[in-house]
Design a protein around this ligand. Structure first.
Ligand code: PHE
Ligand code: ZN
Length: 994
């Protein structure tokens, strides 16, 4: 997976976190129209087939060659939403935007690739031999054959080019920094040979071939292969690869590439070689090579058809003891994909290599996954429960790509969500099955709300299938990944497990070995289930989070209960007008005792359908109503169970009493959590308004007084938390999340001109009040969930649950800032036997100013100075800290020997960590912004992708008060006009300013 989702991790919760903006729902008169109960279409039972099967036949599978020969865009099937061209200001180096609508198949394809790498300390030589096939169809009379334009990069030096065995002299080809153009090509198939020279040791972009900790490795997604050799660097060109690697044997004993090892041997002068062959055609973004000094641990997996697969993880020698969890996770993933989707692994070997310098999380290269080492290595002493769980999820994610991404790949990069949304969905389901489904769902929704909703409401908003980009790297976003997964989940919710599986089977059957589009996926799902999913298709082209407004009415005489639903989506950059989308509303109705009532849904034709106690309504128009009959008493509705659609829902007339009732009784665990969140959100926003109205003194004391005057934290709220904490039926992980307040980011979107430090104070006030009033309960839970003496660490759902609730309670208690508690935390920190507990205690201490903070940080550094992954936590905790005036400390950290600015993980921990501090990044004097602006420009000279992630910290500037807006804008303007800026940073900064 991924994009370093950790770039935005909240330290408060074990979730990838987010920000959010709220578009107030446009209210309209809507209630009381029981006569207009219109179309209640029920899902999952295939009650209505709005489109006959044969209408879809035309979109059935087209062979790849045919597909390539037609310049069809993928717009036809999924309805288009009006989209203006997203105009950008001029840029000194003139970056080009690419548009989805411009897709055309390439005039040539490549069937086989032979690569030969001569790896040396100074110059690496890459010889590439391509079998090129014409793909231009019939030429008009007299027309000359099209040119072959191969993508390149300026640091890949062209040494030789030959066509059909003839070396071309200068003048017989055109070469620019970015492209090699070959003209006068022979008819039919022919061979092209290209030799390039590279300096991987100087490649700090970490795209293409580079060195990490002395080893050679590659990263080719999205467009890194062109940094290795001139090529048709696009995913719809799929070829079979043979790769020969030659290197010094002592320094690079391990030589790996995709597929199977065909041959290896010794050469003169202490050198050796290996030849790898990948039998599966693949796009070049899945190519990989590794050469280095690595140790390996191996396990074996027997597939469902009885084949033995060797599973190997390669790491540096000193890390060999930390790979067991990743290996275990891989085995679980392989088994799960067989059991759940009938997908078997297709080669006899599956390799994973861990590297320290990696821009993202991990990469699914065919049979040779390359991972950021932080997503492979784990031991109880160095990794937290969250690390263990991420490793399991990401190992699964990359493995699942073998079918969703590699066997069936994307036609062009606009289709990225085809593989990523689907694979995230699959990894989410895997984790849900391995651990707790409810806990996983809540975590995923927290991520979505915290960062995706914010992205969707800001200047970088884009549909899950974007319409244009300058740098594809910038579109590995929470929208493409996480919202993309939510859209895949819509199919699952609408079609049911069985229907979804049928759709997946058809998708693989039709498209195995091909490069396809999101429309193809939708078509497979629709065809396999004989349903019309056109309104679901709109989610692919529309940016922004839809608002769902629900009002209800109960007719006691007729015993009917009616839901009136409305939806709208606010305009986003380039999209002023939005259409309604298909929103599956999963729901239940609670009776007075808290039990679910039977759902009898009345259709527009008067027929009644029995939905059991949890049903799914298919809401796909601007307005619809749904009527239930036989409802004996007015129920409390539990809507959007399991968060059945990525929308913002407003329920008219939903009172605190309703929410307290749902929190106590809902049979849907997600909605129990959600009701608590809604209560907390209301409370925090109310207190924030009071605090903001009270003038300029934003000290904790002044803010506390204003909040208290506004009613403070009501008893009912405290009581609800008390009930959750004491509920024996709930597991600790769920409880921990249920008593966590919504993040500041999530609230920000509901506040016009927000002041982040003030919001932070308000939130801390509430935490403190809760801790004061619930102290006995919190202390009791700490005791009850503490380790037994001598207990060893296990990564099991049960053990994680104990640690989760214990550490949440400790964090709440630490807000009291009492010497006794602080002392207890220091003792816990010293005595901790696993990283989960150790970091939990340390993160509390880091928020407190004073000697204990410094002692603890120094001790931690001393203990882990030789563990770079643990030092990331040390950097991150300090960077994210809200201890006032922390900017000065962070500036010093940049010069600390432990900090390495060329390593992406270091930058993410320090700079992105800092960007998450409401107090210090948003310091009123602008010092945090200036620091970040400088850091962006500095990092951009090293690594454009990392710098682009950093500059995103400024994208939310419109959310804040006018002083902060001015300062943040000024940083963006300074960055955009900086000479020599990368296209990556330019794209984010310029779009943010729009
Ligand atoms: N494709 C990777 C994943 O999601 C992410 C990635 C993208 C890694 C680009 C590196 C470069 O699994
Ligand atoms: Zn992925």
């Amino acid at each position: 997976m991924l994009l370093i989702r950790s770039s935005q991790f909240s330290k408060l919760i074990r979730a990838r976190h987010l920000l959010a903006i709220h578009n107030p729902f446009i209210r309209g008169a809507q209630s009381g129209q029981s006569s207009s109960v219109s179309r209640a279409v029920l899902i999952g039972k295939r009650a209505k087939l709005q489109q006959p099967e044969q209408q879809r036949l035309s979109s059935w599978f087209t062979p790849r060659s045919a597909q390539m020969a037609t310049a069809a865009t993928d717009n036809e099937e999924i309805p288009e939403i009006q989209q203006e061209e997203h105009k950008l200001p001029p840029h000194p180096t003139g970056p080009q935007q690419k548009f989805r609508k411009d897709y055309a198949p390439p005039p040539y394809t490549i069937s086989t690739v032979h690569l030969d790498f001569i790896l040396e300390e100074e110059t690496t030589t890459v010889s590439s031999r391509l079998r090129v096939l014409p793909n231009y169809g019939l030429l008009e009379e007299g027309a000359s054959r099209p040119a072959l334009k191969l993508d390149g990069r300026k640091d890949a030096k062209l040494v030789r080019v030959a066509v059909a065995g003839n070396e071309l002299a200068e003048g017989q080809y055109t070469a620019t920094e970015k492209q090699l153009t070959l003209n006068n090509l022979p008819p039919g198939e022919f061979e092209v040979e290209v030799v390039t020279e590279l300096r991987p040791q100087d490649n700090s972009l970490l795209e293409g071939l580079y060195k990490s900790s002395g080893n050679f490795c590659t990263q080719c997604e999205a467009e890194g292969f062109r940094g290795i050799t001139f090529f048709l660097d696009r995913p719809d060109v799929m070829a079979k690869y043979t790769t020969r690697i030659e290197a010094d044997e002592a320094n690079y004993p391990v030589l790996l590439s995709n597929g199977n090892l065909k041959e290896s041997g010794k050469l003169e002068g202490g050198r050796h070689y290996a030849v790898w062959e990948d039998p599966f055609p693949k796009p070049c973004y899945l190519f990989a090579l590794v050469a280095g000094k690595l140790s390996m641990k191996e396990r074996s997996f027997t597939t469902c058809s009885g084949r033995e697969v060797a599973l190997r993880i390669f790491v540096q020698e000193n890390n060999l003891s930390k790979v067991d969890h990743a290996l275990e996770s891989l085995i679980k993933s392989m088994k799960w994909d067989e059991d759940t989707f009938g997908r078997e692994y297709d080669l006899d070997l599956f390799n994973i290599v861990a590297v320290d310098d990696f821009n993202m999380g991990a990469m699914e290269n065919k049979a040779l996954n390359i991972f950021n080492s932080r997503l492979v290595l784990a031991s109880p002493e160095t990794a937290t429960d969250l690390d263990y769980s991420r490793i399991e999820g990401v190992v699964g994610h990359e493995y699942f790509h073998n079918w969703t991404g590699n066997r069936v790949t994307c036609r062009d990069w606009f289709q990225l969500t085809l593989k990523e949304g689907l694979t995230v969905f699959r990894d989410q389901e895997f984790t849900a099955d391995m651990n707790s489904r409810a806990v996983k769902r809540i975590e995923d929704v927290m991520v979505l709300r915290n960062s995706q909703f914010t992205e969707d409401a800001g200047p970088m908003a884009h549909p899950i299938r974007p319409e244009s980009y300058i740098k594809m790297d910038n579109f590995y976003t929470v929208t493409v990944y996480e919202k993309g997964a939510e859209i895949v989940r819509l199919y699952d919710t609408l079609l049911g497990k069985e229907g979804f599986r049928k759709g997946m089977d058809l998708y693989f059957q039709r498209y195995d070995g091909h490069a396809v589009t999101c429309d193809d996926f939708l078509a497979a799902m629709a065809d396999a289930n004989n349903v019309n999913l056109d309104t679901l298709g709109r989610w692919y082209s529309q940016a922004g989070t839809p608002n769902l407004h629900v009002s209800t009415s109960y007719d006691a005489a007729a015993k009917t209960y009616t839901l009136f639903c409305r939806q709208n989506t606010a305009p986003s950059p380039g999209q002023d007008v939005k259409q309604p989308v298909l929103i599956p509303i999963k729901l239940g109705l609670l009776g007075p005792d808290g039990a679910d009532l039977p759902l009898r849904l009345r259709g527009s034709d008067g027929s009644v359908t029995d939905l059991g106690t949890t049903g799914v309504l298919r809401f796909e128009e601007a307005e619809s109503s749904f009527q239930f009959e036989g409802v004996e008493v007015e129920p409390v509705p539990s809507l959007l169970r399991g968060f059945s659609a990525p929308v913002k829902m407003q329920v008219e007339g939903q009172t605190d009493e309703h929410l307290l009732f749902l929190l106590a009784h809902d049979s849907d665990p997600f909605n129990r959590w959600e009701s608590g969140q809604r209560l907390a959100r209301k409370l925090l926003l109310k207190l924030y308004a009071a605090a903001a109205a009270g003038g300029g003194d934003h000290s904790a004391k002044a803010v506390g007084e204003r909040c208290t005057a506004a009613g403070g934290v009501p008893d009912a709220f405290v009581g609800a938390y008390r009930a959750v904490l004491g509920d024996e039926t709930l597991d600790g992980s769920f409880k921990a999340m249920a008593v966590s307040l919504p993040t500041g980011n999530e609230l920000m979107d509901s506040i016009e001109g927000a002041d982040p430090p003030l919001l932070y104070q308000v939130r801390m006030f509430v935490v403190k009040q809760l801790a004061l009033q619930l102290r006995p309960e919190l202390e009791a839970l700490v005791a009850a969930n503490d380790d037994q003496p001598g207990e060893t660490y296990h990564f099991t759902a049960a053990a994680c649950a104990h640690r989760a609730i214990k550490n949440r309670c400790l964090a709440m208690l630490s807000s009291l800032e009492e010497p006794e508690i602080t002392h207890m935390l220091l003792n816990r920190f010293k005595a901790a036997t696993n990283m989960t507990d150790e970091i939990a205690a340390l993160s509390c201490l880091v928020e407190l100013a004073g000697p204990d903070r410094d002692t603890a940080l120094a001790a931690f550094y001393d203990k882990f100075k030789d563990e770079p992954l643990v030092l990331l936590k040390w950097l991150g905790l300090q960077a994210t800290s809200n201890a006032p005036g922390n900017v000065a400390l962070i500036k010093k950290l940049v010069d600390h020997p432990a900090f390495n600015i060329t390593n992406p993980n270091n930058c993410y921990s320090l700079f992105l960590g800092f960007g998450r501090s409401p107090v210090n990044f948003h310091a009123a004097d602008g010092s945090g912004y200036a620091f970040m602006g400088d850091a962006v420009l500095r990092v951009d000279t090293i690594n454009h992708q990392v710098a682009a992630r950093m500059v995103s910290a400024f994208s939310t500037w419109r959310q804040y008060d006018s002083e902060r807006q001015v300062m943040m804008r000024a940083q963006l303007e300074r960055i955009v006009s900086h000479p020599g800026l990368s296209d990556n940073v330019f794209e984010i900064a310029s779009k943010s300013l729009k």
